[in-house]
Design a protein around this ligand. Structure first.
Ligand code: MN
Length: 233
């Protein structure tokens, strides 16, 4: 992803503002309207684990619709925010459209970044140590993440997050909510990895077999990217 499209997805802003302290709110305002980020790989790159047709519809239809509806809501210029994260942290609990469409844009932008060619990514040692610290073992962590994805009733996400104090934790959210949002009953943290358990993410190939989809998904996780997100401020 080039710097410009990285900025436009809104996910890079916090990190970039650290290396570029003169970046002003006025510059950041240029991130709207938000844009559908390009995938960092081809639609068929995750075959045979995740099929090309689902990837194409998921990205070019579902994610595109979240971006379009988010931009429509922001078009009146009434909301003030400095980044997509800031928008979700400060407006999602007050505005249902920001919560659903902004959440959808953020969650899917994160999703594409954290996937890669099946069985091609090895967990970095420092991430492994952190996971063992909080979940006892990598295997135990994977079981817990999968169980969380399977026990989410209806549409939503299972997350690996980093709390403000640095602790890693697993949680689940409904619909397009995520742990950046100030929503009652939701533990707050920075999402590092999210498993999309909406049926649109798997039904074409896996039908009702969510467990098989979660296994396939987990073979495509880009652990280097998850670790990069963990290390980013
Ligand atoms: Mn989705």
């Amino acid at each position: 992803m080039d710097k410009r499209s990285f900025i436009k997805t809104g996910l890079g802003i916090a990190g970039l503002s650290l290396v570029n302290p003169v970046q002003s709110l006025q510059t950041l305002a240029a991130v709207t309207p938000f844009e559908l980020p390009k995938l960092p790989y081809a639609y068929n790159a995750l075959e045979p684990a995740l099929d090309a047709r689902t990837m194409e519809i998921h990205h070019s239809k579902h994610h595109a619709a979240y971006v379009e509806k988010l931009n429509a809501e922001l078009a009146n210029g009434k909301l003030s925010y400095s980044s997509l994260e800031d928008l979700l942290q400060n407006h999602a609990h007050l505005n249902k459209i920001i919560r659903n469409q902004g959440g959808g844009h953020y969650n899917h932008s994160l999703l594409w970044r954290t996937l890669t060619v099946p069985n091609s990514s090895k967990m970095p040692e420092d991430l492994k140590m952190e996971i063992i610290k909080y979940f006892e073992s990598v295997e135990g962590f994977k079981v817990k993440l999968k169980q969380t994805a399977l026990s989410q009733f209806g549409s939503g996400w299972a997350w690996l997050c980093k709390a403000a104090d640095g602790k890693l934790f697993i949680t689940a959210t409904q619909n397009q909510d995520n742990p950046l949002m100030k929503i009652e009953g939701l533990v707050q943290g920075k999402p590092l990895l999210g498993i999309d358990v909406w049926e649109h993410a798997y039904y074409l190939k896996f039908l009702n077999k969510r467990a098989d989809y979660v296994d396939a998904f987990m073979s495509c996780i880009n652990w280097n990217e998850v670790n990069r997100l963990r290390l980013d401020k």
